[in-house]
Write a protein of this length. Structure first.
Length: 47
């Protein structure tokens, strides 16, 4: 997982990381499980 912070301290997620998250969501994984697994806020998954 490659996360980079910009000047406004917003995280930048690589396209392959985003695709992995989307695959997990589409396969029925729980948002809370995914956020805990990757250490990201569940709100990030909704944006």
């Amino acid at each position: 997982m490659d996360v980079k912070k910009t000047k406004k301290s917003h995280a930048h997620y690589e396209p392959d990381f985003k695709e992995e998250i989307l695959r997990m969501l589409n396969s029925g994984k729980n948002v809370d499980e995914i956020s805990k697994t990757f250490g990201i806020s569940r709100n990030v998954l909704y944006t």
